[in-house]
Ligand binder design. Structure first.
Ligand SMILES: C[S@@+](CC[C@H](N)C(=O)[O-])C[C@H]1O[C@@H](n2cnc3c(N)ncnc32)[C@H](O)[C@@H]1O
Length: 212
């Protein structure tokens, strides 16, 4: 992320956070437990929503500008012990099968290789562990909007530091071998129209590898 994008990110998302995102984050994270790691944690928008009493909470963020804001946000919440790490989501510095939950919100749109990220998520989750996600995606129900997303995507990727508009992230999660237990598709109200289609849910690492 450029210093500029990091600086305006919270302001840019503010209306959508108030209209829906904040509530979606709260509901997704409210019942987490155990050892939890977030990928691409950005400025720390999820931080206020993590429940107390987690065994560990690790926030990873490879971008220096975002990470500085994340560290500042976590310092403002001293009652919530957090470890902030510099790591891309494709190379998490944790052992295989060591986490109960991985959280990823608005990050699989931006990573260069979402399949590689999801393979890393599967690697670090314990069998039965959960991947909790919230992503803006390709318009699944609106061909007109999907056409616009395709037209805008090249320019948007430049403006928004690599963000893709047409990823079918729900499908990628299933193709990674995770079992989707709950998923909601909904319009992200008050966001820019081309990032409104969104998907959020919980997928579980199977006890044995998927047979596909
Ligand atoms: C749109 S922001 C979302 C921030 C935050 N997760 C949220 O929900 O507001 C995308 C984030 O993904 C991070 N990112 C980009 N490439 C990444 C990678 N390869 N691995 C992990 N995070 C990455 C960016 O630095 C940025 O913080």
């Amino acid at each position: 992320m450029s210093r500029f994008v990091a600086a305006i990110y919270d302001r840019f998302m503010e209306d959508a956070e108030k209209a829906c995102l904040g509530e979606w984050r709260r509901a997704l994270l409210a019942d987490l437990a155990g050892d939890v790691l977030e990928i691409g944690a950005g400025t720390g928008a999820n931080l206020p929503h993590y429940p107390a009493g987690l065994r560990s909470l690790t926030l990873t963020e490879p971008d220096a500008h975002m990470r500085r804001r994340l560290t500042e946000a976590s310092a403002r919440m001293p009652d919530r012990p957090v470890t902030v790490l510099d790591a891309p989501a494709t190379a998490l510095p944790v052992d295989a099968a060591s986490l109960d939950v991985v959280v990823g919100t608005l990050v699989l749109c931006t990573v260069p290789d979402p399949q590689a990220v999801l393979a890393e998520v599967v690697r670090v989750l314990r069998p039965g562990g959960r991947f909790v996600y919230l992503e803006h995606v390709a318009a699944w129900d609106n061909p007109g909007r999907l056409r616009w997303q395709r037209v805008l995507e090249p320019a948007w990727r430049v403006v928004a530091d690599g963000c893709h508009l047409t990823r079918a992230t729900g499908d990628l999660i299933r193709e990674a071998g995770l079992l989707v237990e709950a998923e909601t598709r909904e319009s992200m109200r008050k966001a820019l129209p081309w990032i409104r289609p969104s998907v959020r849910g919980v997928a579980r690492r199977l006890l044995t590898p998927a047979a596909n």
